[in-house]
Design a protein around this ligand. Structure first.
Ligand code: ADP
Ligand code: NI
Length: 220
């Protein structure tokens, strides 16, 4: 595939996402895909990897998400395969992209998820960076609201979920999500570049929580 062909495929994928995920309300909207795509490209500049696979993986990384596919990855993976084949992408590249889609997602604080390729590691980092910092805070409350979760409840303590089932079915608050996932992400990143970017975002969330609890107690 020429550079131009690849660019055309990327544009087609973006158009597809634009017409299918604009009104998605679980924090996996079109703009999340676009931010992850841009961040993945930025990380790739420093870390390498096959840029075409990274871009496709980033754009499509949530297409198989368990939250909107009856709890399994298969439907989404199949969707991605058909789409990419339709756009003329080779089997080999599709395989690589699907490996990313299949393994990118966080499934609980104590649940291991391993992604083998450098392309996958970069997409996973870009996705995780979008879950922390100011954007991460906004997404957590948007998602929590969408799921009918409370902002905070001092009677419900955060839990380190040991299985995906437990994590998936948890009924905790949005503030708990910071302790169950968001504050852990900094130490789960794969690349040096992402770790550097995460520092400021992580600190911003910690400062935010300090302020939140002071206000909760009416101290300031
Ligand atoms: P990702 O797209 O990073 O894989 P998820 O699919 O886990 O993220 O979730 C999408 C967004 O919603 C993320 O910003 C995530 O932190 C947030 N989120 C997920 N679960 C919860 C929850 N239980 N409470 C609040 N926010 C959540
Ligand atoms: Ni994502």
């Amino acid at each position: 595939m020429t550079k131009r062909d690849k660019k055309e495929v990327i544009n087609k994928v973006i158009n597809y996402l634009g017409s299918n995920f604009k009104n998605e309300d679980t924090g996996h909207d079109y703009w999340h895909f676009i931010r992850v795509w841009k961040m993945a490209k930025k990380i790739a500049e420093a870390e390498g990897g096959d840029l075409f696979i990274i871009e496709l993986g980033a754009l499509l990384h949530d297409i198989a998400d368990w939250k909107f596919n009856n709890g399994t990855n298969e439907v989404g993976i199949e969707k991605a395969k058909i789409l990419l084949k339709d756009f003329g992408v080779s089997e080999e590249i599709i395989e690589n992209v699907c490996h990313i889609i299949d393994n990118v997602s966080f499934k609980g604080a104590k649940v291991k998820n391993y992604i083998a390729t450098i392309e996958g590691k970069i997409v996973q980092d870009a996705d995780r960076l979008d879950a922390i910092g100011a954007i991460g805070i906004a997404r957590a409350f948007a998602y929590g609201g969408g799921m009918g979760r409370e902002i905070y409840n001092p009677d419900i303590k955060p839990r380190m979920h040991a299985s995906f089932e437990e994590y998936k079915n948890s009924k905790g608050t949005s503030i708990n999500h910071f302790y169950e996932k968001l504050l852990l992400l900094k130490n789960m990143l794969n690349t040096k570049t992402a770790k550097k970017i995460a520092e400021k975002r992580h600190k911003f969330m910690k400062d935010y929580l300090v302020q939140f609890f002071k206000e909760w107690d009416g101290k300031i």
